[in-house]
Ligand binder design. Structure first.
Ligand code: MN
Length: 240
């Protein structure tokens, strides 16, 4: 049966080589057999530019390239950590960068794909930060800096983010339910797939006066998390 896979929030980092291995194994097995693989953001813990020559970036890119050469269409959406993934990365891996949000036809049902951070509208501080770093001018200025300096800035941003998250109530870090409904109604969809919150679940809700589903992907900190969709339906799975 044809199958499409969705993953997000791998947060690949040289400090967690076992997760990189798990991902490369997944790409080489199930990734090769799928029709499409969607990576919905935060593939990398940090991305400071496509000129990054790290061993991790090369290994991951080679894994994705093998997958696309085996016939799988691989799509990558930006997350809040790797929003600087660019055209050179996509060309080197053979994948397609996907706009957030994007609607696809998933075996007959229009499905909206997002990373998920755009739904966390209660976190005003983060939304302001997001607005700044998604400005083309900010990105051009950042990418013009030497690689070593960019890595340093990314490290500092990461530490600031950890500090900020520590001081915030759990509810602020989750999606705003009204934003979810508004977004789904605006795109006229009854199904949404996203990650970012690291709270894997299938939520039933009402959108456009009809039953709808919000499928949330899990992170890859302790194990893998995959959503497998076939014409028969979708299933959230964990990978050990
Ligand atoms: Mn995220």
């Amino acid at each position: 049966m044809p199958c499409t896979l969705f993953i997000s929030d791998l947060h690949l980092d040289p400090q967690r080589p076992e997760i990189t291995r798990l991902f490369l194994d997944f790409l080489g097995t199930r990734g090769h057999l799928a029709e499409c693989l969607y990576i919905l953001g935060d593939l990398f813990e940090a991305w400071v530019g496509d000129d990054d020559d790290s061993a991790l970036a090369s290994a991951v890119c080679a894994g994705i390239r093998d997958c696309t050469q085996a016939g799988t269409a691989v799509y990558v959406m930006h997350g809040n950590r790797d929003f600087l993934l660019g055209k050179d990365f996509a060309a080197a891996c053979g994948c397609t960068l996907l706009t957030d949000p994007s609607a696809i036809d998933l075996y007959g049902q229009t499905t909206l794909l997002m990373h998920g951070d755009l739904l966390c509208t209660d976190d005003h501080e983060y939304m302001d930060f997001r607005g700044m770093v998604r400005e083309p001018r900010w990105q051009q200025a950042f990418l013009a800096k030497p690689l070593a300096e960019r890595r340093q800035i990314a490290l500092q941003l990461r530490e600031t983010s950890i500090e900020r998250i520590r001081g915030k109530p759990e509810s602020i870090m989750d999606v705003n339910r009204q934003t979810v409904v508004d977004t789904m109604e605006r795109h006229a969809v009854q199904r949404l797939i996203h990650g970012h919150t690291h709270r894997p679940a299938v939520h039933e809700l009402t959108v456009n006066g009809k039953p709808a589903q919000r499928l949330v992907l899990g992170d890859w900190y302790e194990q893998g998390s995959v959503l497998e969709c076939t014409p028969a339906g979708c299933q959230l799975q964990t990978l050990g």
